[in-house]
Design a protein around this ligand. Structure first.
Ligand code: ATP
Ligand code: MG
Length: 354
């Protein structure tokens, strides 16, 4: 019904560091997209992040969760601040939201856009167009484990990885559906030879789902081998499906291949409509460059494009992506002075291109 009335309720969480700077650009592009494509949004900006936490003790649970639950989608900036102990905001907000809103899939397109410099020699853009589907609520990120004899010479730390058939199946099935609209290939990335318990569950589930999509080609690559193949022969991959930890790691590698953290976008998708999905650039709060207009807003604006596609505004999504690609193609580099203008100026250029 949301797509029929074409009015969407958005929760906007700018967060810390460069989060508010790049989110402001994304919102500026959203304003322009609404005027051009005839849809509208109601927006609520949620105060969350380091300063809010230090002042109120509030993370995700409580009022923030209630407000966000009612939205059609969430635009997220970044969270993390040297003034708050590492992990508190990450686990207390970002992981908490992914769990509470059952955002089962972390979707990470890896595309090298024309004119963007990549550290991989002789990589042509047409060879690099893949999507990583990362399981987002299970695996090693469930926070289960224990330590005995902590802090002593006999310390033993056990960290558990929890993988359920249902949790893996919904993500693998999503990967196959996605491939069916692309180049019809899904690669499973794991370490099945060593992590035999989880590996067996992933492989069995992958095979069972694959049987339902006879038109889709399948492939398997160990995660260590993936770190070699992804930069050297990205054309081998269309959709890559993997677990939470491996996905976290290989998506940063993906960002490097596509030119850097400044251009990498992501979606955290709730697959059953029980809660909103969340869209964020994959970079963090980058305190080293915060407040100086040096951050590239492309990742945040491309995440907005993914949000628009998710809401059913396909034409606007495509146009926003095309505008970002045009502006990226004119930059000498992806951050700071090499962008040829500040964060806000790049944002205005994207609006002009749109
Ligand atoms: P977090 O723990 O929040 O993920 P991090 O230490 O991984 O943080 P990021 O914030 O992801 O660090 O950024 C790493 C570095 O990449 C930053 O120090 C910054 O210099 C650069 N960087 C990140 N995002 C951007 C951007 N949008 N534009 C330009 N440079 C960026
Ligand atoms: Mg990081």
């Amino acid at each position: 019904s949301a797509s029929k009335r074409r009015t969407y309720a958005l929760g906007i969480v700018p967060g810390d560091g460069i989060g508010p700077e790049v989110t402001a650009c994304a919102v500026g592009v959203l304003d322009a997209a609404e005027r051009l494509f005839g849809f509208s949004t109601t927006r609520e900006t949620i105060p969350a992040g380091a300063r809010h936490y230090l002042a109120t003790g509030e993370l995700f649970e409580g009022a923030v969760r209630e407000k966000l639950q009612a939205k059609d989608a969430i635009l997220f900036g970044a969270m993390g601040d040297p003034a708050v102990a590492p992990g508190i905001l990450e686990r207390g907000f970002i992981l908490a939201m992914r769990q509470a809103f059952d955002q089962a899939v972390n979707l990470r397109p890896v595309r090298l856009y024309p004119g963007v410099r990549t550290p991989i020699a002789d990589l042509e853009p047409e060879r690099c167009d893949l999507v990583i589907v990362r399981e987002n609520t299970e695996g090693a990120y469930v926070g289960r484990g224990s330590t005995v004899h902590a802090g002593t010479a006999n310390a033993v730390a056990v960290q558990e990885s929890v993988n359920t058939r249902a949790g893996v199946e919904r993500v693998v099935d999503y990967a196959f559906r996605l491939a069916a609209g692309r180049r019809n290939k899904v690669t499973l990335c794991h370490k099945t030879n060593i992590l035999v318990e989880a590996g067996k569950l992933w492989q069995e589930t992958f095979d069972a789902v694959a049987a339902r999509y006879p038109g889709v080609e399948t492939d398997y690559v160990h995660v260590d081998a993936m770190c070699f193949h992804l930069p050297v022969s990205p054309e081998r991959f269309d959709v890559v499906v993997t677990d939470n930890l491996f996905g976290d790691i290989i998506t940063d590698l993906g960002a490097v291949i596509q030119g850097g953290l400044g251009v990498a976008a992501s979606a955290n998708l709730n697959l059953d409509g029980s809660a909103p999905s969340m869209f964020e650039a994959i970079h963090g709060s980058a305190p080293d460059i915060a407040g100086r207009g040096l951050a590239n807003p492309a990742g945040a604006v491309l995440s907005l494009a993914m949000c628009l596609a998710h809401l059913g505004e396909a034409a606007a999504a495509k146009a926003v992506e095309t505008a970002v690609v045009a502006v990226l193609g004119q930059m000498d580099g992806l951050s700071g002075a090499d962008m040829g203008g500040s964060t806000d100026e790049v944002g205005r250029r994207i609006v002009d291109a749109l």
